[in-house]
Design a protein around this ligand. Structure first.
Ligand code: ADP
Length: 194
């Protein structure tokens, strides 16, 4: 099962991604984690991506597509994976379809975790107050900008999947168990339609 997981900061994507990969026994391909690791290791990729990430901008499509292409070719992705943080642009979404086609695979569904902005703001501010060492990104002043960036960047990608009947929108308000159940039901629905 090949899934794309999309959701704004504060939606609970991290928690649900973890539950989903444990349940489905597929690897978690987070491009943010991959890039942070590259920065930490000081690789060529890390040197290129580091300053871009620090400025909260997007790393170039070609670079990102190359990273995902290599990762998808690894043995643990044969049966499926959960992509997280990718695709972030239409070019990436189209390239992902091509990559899958070349590998005789196809995307099962794009899952969108939806939470109203007022609730996201409440959660993000609460999280900040609980953190001992917050990331610069987590400062309360940065919250509106992060939400705006999400809206601007991600809407076209959501539209792309909606128009090709692959988008499953999931209500992210409720207990972790409730949200997880909704995700599983949404996946069932998408797979039974095909
Ligand atoms: P966030 O923590 O804001 O949800 P991520 O952890 O997914 O973001 O990614 C952190 C940073 O890495 C992004 O702000 C961006 O600079 C870069 N990045 C991650 N994935 C991509 C991608 N698919 N395309 C371009 N840049 C990316």
């Amino acid at each position: 099962m090949f899934l794309v997981f999309i959701g704004p900061p504060g939606a609970g994507k991290g928690t649900q991604a973890q539950r989903l990969i444990d349940y489905l026994e597929i690897p978690h391909l987070s491009t943010g984690d991959m890039l942070r690791e590259a920065v930490k290791q000081g690789t060529e990729l890390g040197k290129k991506a580091g300053p871009i990430m620090a400025a909260s901008q997007l790393v170039g499509d070609d670079l990102m597509i190359g990273i995902v292409r290599e990762r998808l070719a690894e043995a643990d992705c044969t049966k499926g994976c959960l992509l997280d943080g990718f695709p972030r642009t239409i070019a990436q979404a189209k390239a992902l379809d091509k990559l899958f086609a070349h590998m005789n695979r196809s995307l099962t569904a794009a899952l969108e975790l939806r939470v109203p902005e007022a609730e996201l703001i409440r959660r993000l501010l609460g999280r900040f107050q609980e953190m001992a060492k917050p990331r610069a990104d987590d400062r309360p002043e940065a919250v509106p900008k992060r939400l705006e960036t999400y809206r601007n960047e991600t809407r076209p990608v959501l539209d792309f999947y909606r128009l090709t009947d692959r988008l499953a929108a999931i209500d992210g308000v409720g207990s972790q168990d409730e949200v997880f159940d909704r995700i599983l039901r949404a996946i069932d629905q998408q797979t039974s339609q095909k």
